[in-house]
Design a binder for this molecule. Structure first.
Ligand code: APR
Length: 196
């Protein structure tokens, strides 16, 4: 099919090359690593936050502990000026001592059995985060597995939503590097298999 099209017009060649370039870019710019997100260098680190931007456990606690009090001070300012961060959205702060320029605090949904729009809210948390990455013109971002801990979102559908949303952005911005950082084997294996 490729050969026949390339023989027809030069335009087909350009289109075909562009198509494979985008597919190749997606393969190399979404990756998964296992470990602690606070140790992985990127322009922005995404936090699985809560609406009051005041979490102290899970990945939220780890990010605030490693980044130092400046991050919570920035969260306090946001809370005091614009209020809570709605589920499915995200806000940006400085990153303190973390190996990043910014922390993006994304609020995923609490799992309620799947009938409360949780899937769309989770996709919204990822989409809002990348919108901030693009607004700041950043080129790399690390994500934890939002909502799959304390908030109880089932891991397999959560991974599918995260990867599907990431692939959709990369069609618009193939230079963005998205790194999923999985703390536990279970999530790591799912992402590895889905991204293979
Ligand atoms: N690095 C990467 N991933 C981590 C880390 C870490 N240091 N610590 C935990 N995780 C993983 C968990 O294994 C889980 O898969 O992050 C994922 C999200 O889990 P939670 O941190 O519990 O986040 P979430 O389910 O979105 O619940 C949010 O928990 O931490 C509080 O303030 C937060 O109230 C909010 C709620």
């Amino acid at each position: 099919m490729f050969l026949s099209r390339t023989l027809v017009t030069g335009r087909s060649i350009t289109f075909e090359c562009l198509f494979w370039f985008v597919i190749y870019s997606i393969r190399v710019t979404i990756s998964v690593v296992k470990g602690n997100i606070t140790t992985v260098t990127a322009d922005a680190i995404v936090n699985a936050a809560n609406a009051s931007l005041a979490g102290r456990v899970g990945v939220d606690g780890a990010i605030h502990r490693a980044g130092g009090p400046a991050i919570m001070e920035a969260c306090d300012r946001i809370r005091n000026t614009t209020g809570r961060c709605a589920t499915g959205s995200a806000v940006l702060t400085i990153a303190g001592k973390l190996p990043a320029r910014y922390v993006i605090h994304a609020v995923g949904p609490v799992w309620k059995g799947g009938t409360g729009g949780e899937a769309e809210l989770l996709a919204g948390a990822y989409r809002s985060s990348v919108a901030l990455v693009q607004k700041q013109r950043l080129t790399s971002v690390t994500f934890p597995n939002i909502s799959t801990g304390v908030y109880g979102f089932p891991k397999l559908p959560a991974a599918d939503i995260a990867i599907r949303t990431a692939k959709a952005w990369l069609l618009q911005d193939p230079y963005l590097r998205i790194i999923f950082v999985c703390f536990y084997d279970e999530n790591y294996e799912v992402y590895k298999e889905r991204l293979a």
